[in-house]
Design a protein around this ligand. Structure first.
Ligand code: SF4
Length: 238
């Protein structure tokens, strides 16, 4: 108790009240989140594996895309997710900040997740290719294969109920199939016993209304499999 009152005196003496309030808010938020999640001890172990994968990705130079990236972007979300979205590769904003969910595609993915109404603790998002791909470069089989190892490690660790592969690159990485997405639509695919829903990429959805409509069809299939209620889906997807 004596230590606490001495610390408060230092804060007041040195006019550090603002910094102290900020720190206190952050700590309080974290405690609230931890309380809400009810983190089980086993999480350390699980996170440790995903953290190890993130570190491997950060330092990876296995293909030429290492030269075009600012920051490699690893997957984000729950290590016990029931649903994993796999997108193609990080956009410019993600490349600059090293974070997922940025730019227009990030906003769209957020909206998709929001519409499903799935609990945030049940979702993991990642890319098939972890480094930025310049506009004039189409990732070839060699690059997809080089990065596949990380994706497989993530999927094997999380072992979700469903994987939603968004676009040609994730489909190639996960299923090793070159078919047109339109022809794959509605068919059954599996990765290590996990059901895979192939659909169009987020970028595609932003420029092609028909593809966007088909993605929403797939989202409804996902919701049905995961037993998520269909409340207001139609009004939200437009
Ligand atoms: S794209 Fe994948 S394999 Fe290539 S350098 Fe980046 S992390 Fe490594």
């Amino acid at each position: 108790m004596h230590c606490v009152s001495s610390a408060i005196k230092v804060i007041m003496d040195y006019n550090l009240r603002e910094e102290f309030d900020l720190l206190l808010n952050q700590v309080t938020n974290k405690i609230e989140i931890i309380k809400e999640i009810g983190i089980p001890l086993i999480l350390n172990d699980t996170c440790h594996i995903l953290e190890k994968i993130r570190n491997e990705i950060k330092d990876c130079h296995k293909c030429v895309l290492a030269d075009s990236r600012n920051q490699a972007v690893s997957g984000e979300g729950s290590s016990t997710a029931r649903l994993v979205f796999v997108s193609d590769f990080p956009g410019e904003e993600s490349n600059n900040k090293g974070k997922f969910y940025l730019g227009n595609t990030g906003k769209l993915l957020n909206k998709i997740i929001e519409v499903t109404g799935i609990d945030g603790r049940d979702v993991y998002v990642t890319n098939a290719i972890k480094c930025f791909v310049p506009e004039n470069h189409k990732p070839d089989d060699k690059e997809i294969e080089s990065c596949r190892e990380f994706l497989f490690k993530e999927l094997e660790r999380i072992s979700p109920v469903l994987i939603c592969a968004m676009g040609e690159i994730p489909i190639k990485a996960i299923l090793n199939i070159d078919e047109k997405i339109k022809d794959m639509h509605g068919k059954n695919y599996f990765f290590s016993g996990i059901k895979v829903i192939p659909t169009f990429s987020l970028n595609d959805c932003l420029i092609n209304e028909e593809h966007k409509r088909l993605v929403w069809e797939d989202i409804k299939v996902i919701m049905k499999i995961l037993n998520l209620p269909f409340k207001n889906v139609l009004s939200k997807v437009k």
